[in-house]
Ligand binder design. Structure first.
Ligand SMILES: O=c1ccn([C@@H]2O[C@H](COP(=O)(O)OP(=O)(O)O[C@H]3O[C@H](CO)[C@@H](O)[C@H](O)[C@H]3O)[C@@H](O)[C@H]2O)c(=O)[nH]1
Ligand SMILES: O=C(O)[C@H](O)COP(=O)(O)O
Length: 312
């Protein structure tokens, strides 16, 4: 089947809504499967407590552990999360024998290492309106369809209340990149969304790009590892979160491009004469320049680490 038809077929079979998965049906299907929710959080004291509280209040039968990975916060994120009932781990203290890396991808990888659930659900800690159906929606296909190994959330993303205008890096960078190089992934409506879930067995077999490269890297690497049919998406409704400045999104965009580049090279799709630069010069309204390092590092599949440590 040609790619467009495959994507259409996949979209029709593998896209559902959170409302399709009732908490009762999920609780019945759960059996002995354990579920961990991981929230990466850097300075999210305003929102993280409510998210943890909602999960604890509504999903006590479904969620076995809630871990907030404190990603070098300078505010009261850790204290607020702990008060709401989460287990809090500090990014640099998990697998502390490894040299620390930075950013969201590192927080997620450390969260994977710090939890034990058979299914791991990632949820951003900056969500403003958080219904527990975000978690039940993501768990639905994983608990009720053994063929599904990874589930990504999709949603309407307003920008400061304006419908359809959120997700600027998604529209300007990630979607074009995916359509041009990995068109099989083009049916994912929100490829950069931070809410997704997967079986631990697959998450431990893929590398995690650090910084903001992690979502694009996971999609591309999981496609290669498990194939499109083992991936699904669920409509979670509407997502409102804290928006970053255009300059910060420029740095995010650069990190995503570098992550795509490493995958293109690894897959033998491009051969480079020289590595790309990883420095971004940006200007403010007064034309003052600032240079940012947008390098993206990578953590190896967690499973490979366990093997190395067993052998050592
Ligand atoms: O160094 C960091 C940076 C962010 N975060 C947390 O990661 C989540 C998402 O980060 P945010 O800065 O809010 O990202 P967005 O601007 O919302 O970016 C979107 O696009 C990114 C790139 O794909 C994704 O990582 C995000 O999940 C997605 O919401 C939040 O809970 C942050 O606190 C960390 O834990 N450590
Ligand atoms: O996912 C994205 O594209 C970025 O997080 C930017 O989102 P925003 O435009 O809604 O702030």
């Amino acid at each position: 089947m040609e790619t467009d038809a495959r994507v259409r077929d996949w979209y029709r079979r593998r896209t559902s809504s959170a409302a399709d998965w009732s908490p009762d049906a999920l609780a019945d299907a759960k059996g002995s499967t354990t579920v961990s929710v991981v929230l990466p959080a850097r300075d999210e004291e305003r929102t993280v407590g409510r998210i943890v509280s909602v999960i604890r209040r509504d999903l006590a039968d479904l969620v076995d552990e809630i871990v907030v990975v404190d990603s070098r916060s300078t505010d009261a994120t850790a204290a607020v999360a702990a008060a709401a009932g989460a287990t809090v781990v500090h990014q640099d203290e998990v697998l502390a024998h490894l040299p620390p890396l930075s950013g969201k991808g590192e927080a997620l990888w450390k969260g994977l290492a710090a939890t034990s659930g058979d299914i791991v659900v990632f949820v951003d800690a900056d969500l403003c309106d958080f219904p527990s159906s975000f978690v039940t929606g993501l768990l639905g296909p994983l608990l009720l369809d053994t063929g599904v190994l990874f589930v990504k959330g999709t949603y309407e993303r307003p920008l400061n209340g304006r419908r359809g205008e959120g997700g600027r890096v998604t529209e300007l960078v990630a979607r074009p990149l995916l359509n041009l190089w990995w068109p099989e992934l083009s049916g994912f409506v929100q490829p950069l969304g931070g809410e997704y879930a997967a079986r631990r067995t697959v998450l431990e077999r893929v590398p995690f790009a650090t910084e903001y490269g992690v979502e694009l890297g996971l999609l591309v690497d999981l496609l290669e590892l498990v194939g499109l049919d083992a991936m699904a998406q669920v409509d979670l409704g509407c997502r409102t979160h804290a928006h970053q400045s255009t300059a910060a999104l420029g740095r995010m965009a650069a990190q995503i491009m570098l992550t795509a580049w490493t995958r293109l090279e690894r897959q033998g799709r491009v051969v480079s004469a020289a590595p790309p630069a990883h420095s971004l010069l940006q200007f403010d309204t007064e034309r003052r320049a600032a240079r940012a390092d947008v390098a993206v590092a990578e953590r190896p599949p967690l499973a490979s680490l366990a093997i190395e440590e067993d052998v050592a």
